[in-house]
Design a protein around this ligand. Structure first.
Ligand code: FES
Length: 96
């Protein structure tokens, strides 16, 4: 069992299986910015991983390229549409 925690504003989410981060957040009515619908193109679904980055799936080229294109170089920033939660994580955005 994994959990997603937040710095502020939202209650912890419990997962019994690995799930896509953005889909899980939206399923729990937590807003996630997007203009590409989760295709890894717009870069708007970024989240800062406060804890547990090792518990997210590895970055693929599509995600890395999109982050670079959007001027993001911090290793703990991920595209929520492109990562799978496999263990406990704590995430934040600048609009929550
Ligand atoms: S929703 Fe567009 S890159 Fe994730």
């Amino acid at each position: 069992m994994a959990k997603i925690q937040f710095l502020k504003g939202f209650s912890e989410i419990q997962l019994s299986n690995p799930e896509n981060l953005m889909q899980t957040l939206r399923k729990h009515n937590i807003p996630v910015a997007s203009s590409c619908g989760g295709e890894g193109i717009c870069g708007k679904c970024q989240v800062k991983v406060i804890n547990g980055e090792v518990n997210l799936s590895a970055k693929r080229k599509l995600e890395s390229d999109c982050l670079i294109r959007n001027g993001v170089h911090e290793k703990n920033v991920r595209l929520s549409c492109q990562c799978t939660v496999m263990g406990d994580v704590q995430v934040d955005t600048n609009y929550w």
